[in-house]
Design a protein around this ligand. Structure first.
Ligand SMILES: Nc1ncnc2c1ncn2[C@@H]1O[C@H](COP(=O)(O)OP(=O)(O)OP(=O)(O)O)[C@@H](O)[C@H]1O
Ligand SMILES: [Mg+2]
Length: 380
């Protein structure tokens, strides 16, 4: 359903026409810094290189400077210091040339909202230089892929939030640009649409040779899509590498997830005892997670069962550490997502979807010395 066939338009496996010859990287940012007129230092010496044929994830808390970085890559914001090149072209000096190489999905509302969906897609395709026939063919393909055929004659502004997001994403894909800059593409999307987006990104990168810079708060899902990732905090890269390499920051830790039954709460004394077993977090009042050393799993399960008691447990999971655990470990603050209120409303058994619920990173205590030791030495 989601495969975007490449029958109607050439694929981007060669150096794009506007690129500087010999440019190895889709994005090559060196010491990129932006200080706004207000004095806010949005990013501060960011050095990131994104290769062709890879998905590069940009993760970090609200206000970390991710969107600022994306807009600098696009040439929309000039760097205060440093430089960013897109396929060898300086984005600060030649923003128009750079824009032609990029499919951009902004974080917030985009242009053409008053047009009908299929008109907006068609005009965007023509503005990107596609012929009438290619514009019509790619539009049909994208409407089908993103399940927008029934609403194609509706103004974008009258579509649901998730559908509008899908249209924006489809616009970014039109013309099969060699670089996709996607600022939170899965915001507002239901699980099926999210999956479609992840698969379309993978397809563009794997089969069409595009590069993709992906900003997202869906850390757990992103882990399966990104080739490499940078964690940004307060405008600085605090770690970058493959998800596997980053996970070595938390060693071979194991995550225990505990969901409490309705009406059950833990006392401060119980939380303190649990925190002595590993890194304890409370994403929601009814949920407790513990990051522990593998050799401590058995003992931890015993203590959890003794402290909380089986009757108080709604659900219980044991899993290997995720990229989200790395995120919390290194950034040390919560990811706040807009899809659900940060309350008790999440259902048990959603261990794979923590990133879509309230506050994930309430670091209550980092009790286990072994854990702290394994998390030291963040790469840069
Ligand atoms: N035009 C602007 N003028 C002044 N300050 C700005 C401007 N745009 C962003 N900022 C500030 O720069 C910092 C980084 O903002 P940015 O939008 O890049 O963060 P972000 O990582 O994308 O956050 P989020 O996850 O919430 O989207 C914030 O402190 C923000 O308030
Ligand atoms: Mg942003």
């Amino acid at each position: 359903m989601v495969t975007i066939e490449s029958t109607t338009c050439p694929v981007n496996t060669t150096v794009p026409a506007a690129a500087e010859p010999g440019s190895d990287f889709a994005i090559d940012a060196v010491d990129l810094t932006k200080v706004y007129k207000t004095g806010t230092r949005a990013n501060d010496g960011i050095t990131i290189a994104v290769r062709r044929g890879e998905v590069y994830g940009l993760l970090g808390p609200n206000g970390a400077g991710k969107s600022t970085f994306v807009q600098q890559v696009l040439g929309l914001k000039k760097p205060t210091a440093g430089q960013v090149r897109v396929f060898g072209v300086d984005a600060g000096r030649k923003p128009d040339a750079v824009k032609r190489l990029i499919g951009y999905l902004p974080q917030t509302a985009f242009a053409m909202r008053d047009l009908l969906t299929d008109e907006a897609l068609y005009f965007t395709a023509r503005l990107k230089g596609l012929s009438h026939a290619d514009a019509v063919a790619q539009r049909a393909e994208l409407l089908r892929t993103f399940d927008l055929e029934e609403t194609r004659r509706q103004a974008i502004s009258t579509l649901s939030g998730g559908m509008q997001r899908s249209v924006g994403f489809a616009m970014a894909l039109l013309g099969r640009p060699p670089l996709l800059l996607l600022d939170e593409p899965t915001n507002d999307l239901d699980p099926l649409r999210r999956r479609t987006v992840w698969e379309a990104i993978r397809n563009a990168v794997t089969h069409e040779g595009a590069a993709c810079l992906l900003v997202t708060h869906n850390v757990l899902e992103a882990e399966h899509v990104v080739d490499r990732v940078a964690l940004i905090d307060a405008g600085r890269v605090v770690a970058q590498g493959t998800p596997g390499a980053l996970k070595s920051h938390v060693g071979d830790s194991i995550r225990l997830e505990v969901w409490l039954r309705d009406g059950v709460s833990l006392s401060e004394a119980q939380l303190l005892r649990l925190s002595e077993l590993g890194v304890l977090r409370r994403p929601r009042p009814r949920q407790v997670t513990l990051l522990v050393r593998p050799e401590g799993v058995g003992a931890t399960v015993d203590v959890v069962l003794r402290e909380i008691g089986p009757a108080a447990l709604a659900d219980f999971h044991v899993a290997t550490a995720s990229l989200e655990d790395v995120y919390v470990e290194l950034v040390g603050r919560g990811i706040r997502d807009t899809e659900e209120p940060p309350d008790d409303s999440g259902e048990p058994g959603r261990a794979g979807e923590l990133g879509h619920g309230g506050e994930v990173g309430e670091l209550v205590a980092a009790g286990a010395a072994g854990m702290a030791g394994s998390a030291s030495g963040t790469g840069n």
